[in-house]
Design a protein around this ligand. Structure first.
Ligand SMILES: NC(=O)c1ccc[n+]([C@@H]2O[C@H](COP(=O)([O-])OP(=O)(O)OC[C@H]3O[C@@H](n4cnc5c(N)ncnc54)[C@H](OP(=O)(O)O)[C@@H]3O)[C@@H](O)[C@H]2O)c1
Length: 332
């Protein structure tokens, strides 16, 4: 279960739930299935649910809002985001870290979610046109107003985290982190540990690649086609790397996704970081498998094997490297 503790330090589920899939990011999901899935999340004892205004253009938030109706709001640690334009797909969005955007978007998110506060509100991407201090200053107003309990940044560099934290405590940084995407280990994670900021890795199973049922055909046609890793010139090599993760999983009698998520939990421990992984899925069976990762402890030999994989990944983790921390840190 998640809990609020001091102003900046969070205690979060080691494995939470990412609700982008409820907005149809990887194909459709009907209302009944989405409600069933959210019930399975809570039944499994998970409270950290991550969404954003842009997921399904508000529909992920609306589904969660309908789910919460009549339930105890405090059962859920609810995180959402602002800062990317709605009504556009991956690759054609714009960023805004302006005060007017933030103050307008929070009210829309609260309305869709049917709540008067968020536990965590992120700036989805750092706006290159707006000093991070100004963006965080606007978020601090939301904390003052009681609309937001904690402030987070997504894809902030180590240096941006430090500047932001000087204005108002930053509780969490959310960034891509997995066996195949490790650039945040250079600056972002160490800075987060130093400042007491929780790390929330997204795309922990690399958008399905690091699972037992990766569907390459689906990936060629859905939003993944915007990511270089999934382009035809790179995907076969990356599938071969995923097979290396699968062989570790087979040897341990576990699923590939369990190994991928357990690797992140082990990495978090090795850095001394508070980590809450948020795999996304539309399937209760996949959810259960992802959550089983918390019971898997990887040994040093398996960790070394898995650590060696990222150096051989083909294609950047983002089609717009400057939009993610590693691009601005010169690591991609
Ligand atoms: N801050 C950001 O900029 C940012 C960016 C991306 C995502 N996120 C957040 O992070 C969450 C997760 O990231 P993500 O969706 O990009 O990537 P992910 O969790 O790595 O992968 C999701 C994909 O993997 C599949 N999958 C998940 N578990 C599986 C399992 N056990 N077996 C087989 N397939 C499985 C899902 O398909 P099925 O539905 O078939 O299981 C879906 O296609 C999102 O929901 C969102 O909340 C944040």
């Amino acid at each position: 279960m998640s809990q609020q503790s001091t102003e900046a330090a969070l205690r979060l589920d080691p494995v939470g739930y990412g609700a982008m899939s409820l907005g149809g990011a990887y194909g459709p999901i009907d209302e009944a299935s989405a409600q069933h899935l959210l019930a399975a999340v809570l039944d499994a004892g998970v409270s950290h649910i991550d969404t954003a205004n842009i997921y399904g253009d508000g529909s992920s938030e609306e589904i969660i809002g309908r789910f919460l109706r009549g339930r105890d709001r405090e059962q859920v640690f609810l995180a959402s985001k602002t800062g990317l334009s709605m009504g556009a797909g991956v690759g054609s969005r714009t960023i805004s870290g302006r005060r007017e955007t933030i103050l307008a978007n929070i009210d829309d998110s609260l309305r869709r979610l049917g709540t008067d506060h968020l536990d965590l509100y992120y700036q989805h991407r750092v706006d290159p046109e707006v000093p991070i201090e100004d963006t965080v200053g606007a978020f601090a107003e939301l904390v003052q107003a009681g609309k937001v309990r904690h402030i987070g940044l997504s894809e902030a560099t180590g240096e941006e985290l430090r500047r932001a934290h000087a204005v108002h405590p930053i509780a969490a940084v959310q960034s891509e982190w997995s066996i195949v995407s490790r650039d945040i280990e250079v600056h972002v994670v160490p800075t987060a540990v130093e400042l007491g900021i929780a790390v929330v890795p997204y795309s922990s199973v690399s958008r399905g690649l690091l699972t037992d049922s990766f569907d390459a055909d689906a990936a060629a046609h859905d939003m993944r086609k915007a990511f270089p890793r999934f382009h035809p010139e790179n995907l076969p090599a990356n599938i071969a790397l995923a097979r290396e993760v699968r062989s570790v999983a087979r040897r341990l009698g576990r699923a590939t996704e369990e190994v991928a998520i357990a690797w992140l939990l082990a990495k978090g421990r090795s850095f001394g970081a508070t980590v809450s992984v948020i795999p996304g899925t539309r399937s209760p069976e996949h959810l259960a498998s992802n959550l089983r990762a918390a019971t898997l402890e990887l040994g040093p030999d398996d960790l070394a094997t898995l650590d060696s994989i990222s150096a051989r990944v083909r294609g950047a983790r983002s089609g717009s490297p400057q939009w993610v921390s590693g691009g601005r840190e010169g690591l991609l």
